[in-house]
Design a protein around this ligand. Structure first.
Ligand code: FMN
Length: 223
C-alpha cells in the first residue's frame, strides 16, 4: 500500500474479527511508529500493551462514564469537553447513566489494547504561557500515534485512537503503573477489521486553506 492510499483510507475501525494480533505484528507496527517526529526529538512516548483481562476490565469501567458524558454533550449540540464553551450538561449525572458502546463494553476481548503515555518532562511546550489552552505538547506524541495507525493499516490491521481514558487518568494511573510525571495520551484498540472504511468524510482543501492570511482568499487550486 502506498503512503497516500494509506493516509486516505485509515478510517476508525471499532469492530474486529475474532482473531488475535500476534505480538510480532504489534512489534512491527511499533517499530514503524517510533520514527515519528517529536519536539527536540525527545521521543517521550511510552506504550503499555495491555493483555491482562482484569486491567482491561478496569479500563473499560473507567471509559464507560466518559462515553456517557460525551454522548450527553453531543446530544445537547455541544462539542464534548470543549475548552472554549462551558458545558450546559450536568456531567456528574451524565457519567452515572449508562450509554452502550461496544468498543468499551467489549474491551476485555478486543484483539489488542495499547495505552500510549508521554513523559511530560520530555515536552517542549512553546505555547505554554499563552492565556489560551495549550496545544503544542500533544504534537510530540500524536504523530507517533498516527504513525502507528498508518503502519497498522498497511499491515492489514485496523483500529481506533481513543481518548476516553485520559479523562480518568488519576484512576487509570495506578492500574497501569503510570510513572509520575507521565500523562496518558491515548488508548488505541487494534485488530483485524470486520470492515475497513475506505471512503472517509473529510473537508476539501479549499475549505481549510487560504492564501497569506487565514482571512485570505481560498487556496482553490486543482492538483
Ligand atoms: C485526538 C483523537 C481522539 C479521539 N478519541 C476517540 C474516542 O475517545 N473514542 C472513539 O471512539 N474515537 C475517538 N477518536 C476517533 C475519531 O472519532 C475518528 O477519528 C473520527 O470520527 C473520524 O472517523 P473516520 O476516520 O472513521 O472517518 C479520536 C480521534 C482522535 C484523532
Amino acid at each position: 500500500m502506498d503512503l497516500s492510499s494509506a493516509m486516505r483510507t485509515t478510517g476508525a475501525v471499532r469492530e474486529f474479527l475474532n482473531k488475535p494480533v500476534p505480538d510480532e505484528l504489534l512489534h512491527e507496527v511499533l517499530d514503524d511508529a517510533r520514527f515519528a517526529p517529536s519536539g527536540g526529538n525527545r521521543q517521550g512516548w511510552r506504550v503499555a500493551v495491555v493483555t491482562d483481562p482484569a486491567i482491561r476490565r478496569s479500563l473499560s469501567g473507567l471509559c464507560a462514564p466518559v462515553w456517557s458524558e460525551y454522548i450527553a454533550q453531543t446530544a445537547a449540540g455541544e462539542t464534548p469537553f470543549s475548552v472554549v464553551q462551558p458545558t450546559s450538561i450536568d456531567l456528574e449525572a451524565a457519567a452515572a447513566s449508562f450509554a452502550p458502546n461496544p468498543l468499551i463494553d467489549e474491551l476485555e476481548s478486543a484483539p489488542a489494547v495499547l495505552v500510549v503515555a508521554v513523559d511530560l518532562s520530555a515536552l517542549a511546550v512553546s505555547d505554554k504561557d499563552l492565556s489560551r489552552h495549550s496545544i503544542v505538547g500533544g504534537g510530540s506524541v500524536y504523530p507517533f500515534c498516527q504513525n502507528l495507525m498508518l503502519s497498522a493499516r498497511a499491515r492489514g490491521l485496523g483500529g481506533v485512537l481513543t481518548t476516553f481514558l485520559t479523562r480518568a487518568e488519576p484512576q487509570a494511573a495506578p492500574l497501569l503503573g503510570l510513572p509520575s510525571g507521565f500523562a496518558i495520551a491515548a488508548m488505541i484498540v487494534l485488530g483485524f477489521p470486520v470492515h475497513q472504511p475506505t471512503r472517509l468524510k473529510r473537508r476539501e482543501v479549499a475549505e481549510f486553506t487560504t492564501f497569506d492570511r487565514f482571512d485570505g482568499p481560498n487556496f482553490n487550486v486543482q492538483s
